[in-house]
Design a binder for this molecule. Structure first.
Ligand SMILES: N[C@@H](CCC(=O)N[C@@H](CS)C(=O)NCC(=O)O)C(=O)O
Length: 185
């Protein structure tokens, strides 16, 4: 098994945590923009190869790792919805980060204001749905954690007043599979 990605990507991190929670041996290969553009149709990371199988999205990679190791992947519908919600917020935050780094913000592109509001309202909803002792074996919890830890790392969000999310992050940081995959300082 080979997982291609970067040490900062939250999507890649989620796959690294799932692999750490499995018993599989795998190789992590660092892939930059040029390499992902050459090898993946989405030009994104992560992508993953196991023999003849090539996967191009963190969700399919997670499903594969979980099911191959006898675990379940998002079997519960509410769990699935929370995974999807956290992914929508992560996608919006990554998108906004990249576009703002290119010199554009809500003053130039009004849709970016909608993205910003979505992140704010979505974080409040995540704070309602998750509590500090939520299992980090669940992919909804892990997606939420990979999102908020990356967004804090990039200084894109604040957890002020979001005490459940702050408590959940504190709990997760005591677990090696999560803390050991943190973005490099
Ligand atoms: N839906 C994809 C999203 C992956 C993604 O957006 N990866 C970012 C890194 S955090 C990327 O490769 N971005 C490169 C680009 O946008 O060109 C997944 O879940 O794997």
């Amino acid at each position: 098994m080979k997982l291609y990605g970067s040490y900062t990507s939250p999507y890649v991190r989620h796959c690294r945590v799932a692999l750490a929670q499995s018993s599989f041996d795998y190789e992590f290969v660092e892939a930059d923009y040029a390499m992902s553009a050459e090898n993946s149709p989405t030009a994104k990371v992560p992508y993953f190869i196991d023999g003849e199988l090539m996967l191009t999205d963190s969700s399919s990679i997670l499903k594969y790792i979980r099911e191959k190791s006898g675990q379940v992947f998002l079997a519960d519908i509410k769990d699935f919805d929370s995974f999807a919600l956290a992914t929508t917020l992560l996608d919006a935050t990554v998108n906004l980060f990249l576009i703002e780094n290119n010199g554009f913000g809500p003053d130039q592109i009004s849709y970016l204001g909608r993205q910003r509001n979505r992140i704010e309202s979505g974080l409040k909803e995540l704070n309602e749905r998750f509590h500090p002792d939520q299992s980090i074996e669940l992919d909804s919890t892990l997606r939420c954690l990979c999102f908020i830890d990356w967004a804090l790392f990039r200084k894109r969000i604040s957890l002020d007043g979001l005490t459940n999310l702050q408590g959940l992050l504190n709990t997760a940081n005591r677990v090696e599979a999560f803390s050991g995959t943190a973005p490099p300082a």
